[in-house]
Write a protein that binds this ligand. Structure first.
Ligand SMILES: NC(=O)c1ccc[n+]([C@@H]2O[C@H](COP(=O)([O-])OP(=O)(O)OC[C@H]3O[C@@H](n4cnc5c(N)ncnc54)[C@H](OP(=O)(O)O)[C@@H]3O)[C@@H](O)[C@H]2O)c1
Length: 241
C-alpha cells in the first residue's frame, strides 16, 4: 500500500474519465476520488465517486469535506471546462458576437469554478512532500501565444485561470515548498468539447482522450516545485503566459 490519494474533478468528461481509468490501472493510488455533476459510473472499489457542480459552492464544500475525511491528497486534476453549449454558446469569431450571459457562463465554469475548487481543496493537499494540483487549461489562453484572435470568452476565461494558477502556486509554496500548482494544455483531443471544431485538423494531430490523459499524467510526473505556477503543453513544453 502506498497511501497515495488522487482526486479528479470532471470524471464524466472525455479527458477526465480517461484520467480516472489510467490512475486506476497504474495501481499507484490507493484512493481515487472521482467527481462529476451526477454520480459517475462505477469504477473499481478503490475509486470513490462524489458529486459537485462548479456553479454551486456548497456542493464543492460538501465534496471537499468528504474527500478531506479520507486523508490528504497527493494529486488533484480539475478536468472540467466548456467551450460551447448547444444553441446559445459558441466561440466568438468577432467582438460583434460577444454576449454577456454566454461570457459569464464560460467564466463561471472555466475560471471561477476551478478557483472555488482550489479554495476548498488546496488546504487538503499533503504537506511536507511533493503534491500536485493541476487544472486543464488551454494553449489559446496564452496571451503571448495568441496570433489568431477570436474565441474571446474561452481564451479570456483560460487566461484568467492561468493567472489564478500562478497566484495559487505562490500561496501554496509558503505552506509546502514541495507543492506544485500547474495549468496543462492537453492538446487537441476528440471529446464532446472539441468535436464540432476539429473538422479541419489533420487526423494525426488529434488525440484520443486516452492519449491526452497519458500525456497529462506524464507531464505531471516530471513537474518539480520549480515549475509551479506554469502552463505546460501535453509534451511538457512550457507555454509562455
Ligand atoms: N478537448 C480538447 O481538444 C481540449 C483542448 C484544450 C483544452 N481542453 C480543456 O480540457 C478540459 C477537459 O475537456 P474535455 O475535452 O474532456 O471536455 P468534455 O469531454 O466536454 O468534459 C468537460 C467536463 O466538464 C464538466 N462540467 C461542465 N460544466 C460543469 C459544471 N457546472 N459542474 C461540474 N462539471 C462540469 C463536464 O461535466 P458533465 O458531463 O456533467 O457536463 C465534463 O465532465 C477543459 O478544461 C478544456 O477546456 C480540451
Amino acid at each position: 500500500m502506498t497511501d497515495l490519494r488522487a482526486a479528479i474533478f470532471g470524471a464524466s468528461g472525455g479527458i477526465g474519465a480517461a484520467l480516472v481509468a489510467q490512475l486506476e490501472s497504474s495501481g499507484r493510488y490507493d484512493y481515487i476520488h472521482a467527481g462529476a455533476r451526477s454520480l459517475p459510473r462505477t469504477w473499481s472499489p478503490r475509486t470513490v465517486p462524489f458529486c459537485f457542480d462548479l456553479e454551486d459552492e456548497a456542493s464543492i464544500t460538501g465534496a471537499s469535506q468528504e474527500i478531506g475525511e479520507a486523508g490528504p491528497l497527493d494529486l488533484v486534476i480539475v478536468a472540467t471546462g466548456i467551450l460551447h453549449r448547444e444553441d446559445w454558446i459558441a466561440p466568438e469569431k468577432s467582438w460583434r458576437a460577444i454576449d454577456a450571459e454566454a461570457m459569464a457562463k464560460l467564466f463561471a465554469i472555466n475560471t471561477i469554478g476551478p478557483a472555488i475548487i482550489a479554495k476548498h481543496i488546496l488546504p487538503l493537499m499533503r504537506r511536507n512532500s511533493r503534491c500536485v494540483f493541476a487544472t486543464l487549461s488551454a494553449r489559446v489562453g496564452s496571451i503571448a501565444d495568441n496570433q489568431l484572435g477570436g474565441w474571446h470568452s474561452y481564451r479570456a476565461s483560460k487566461a484568467a485561470l492561468n493567472m489564478l494558477i500562478r497566484n495559487f502556486a505562490i500561496e501554496l509554496s509558503a505552506r509546502n515548498p514541495l507543492g506544485i500548482v500547474a495549468a496543462i494544455h492537453p492538446g487537441t483531443a476528440q471529446t464532446p468539447l472539441s468535436n464540432s471544431f476539429i473538422r479541419n485538423i489533420p487526423e494525426g494531430k488529434i488525440f484520443q482522450p486516452e492519449q491526452s490523459a497519458a500525456h497529462i499524467l506524464s507531464v505531471i510526473d516530471k513537474l518539480s516545485a520549480r515549475d509551479s505556477g506554469g502552463l505546460f503543453a501535453w509534451n511538457g513544453e512550457r507555454i509562455p503566459y
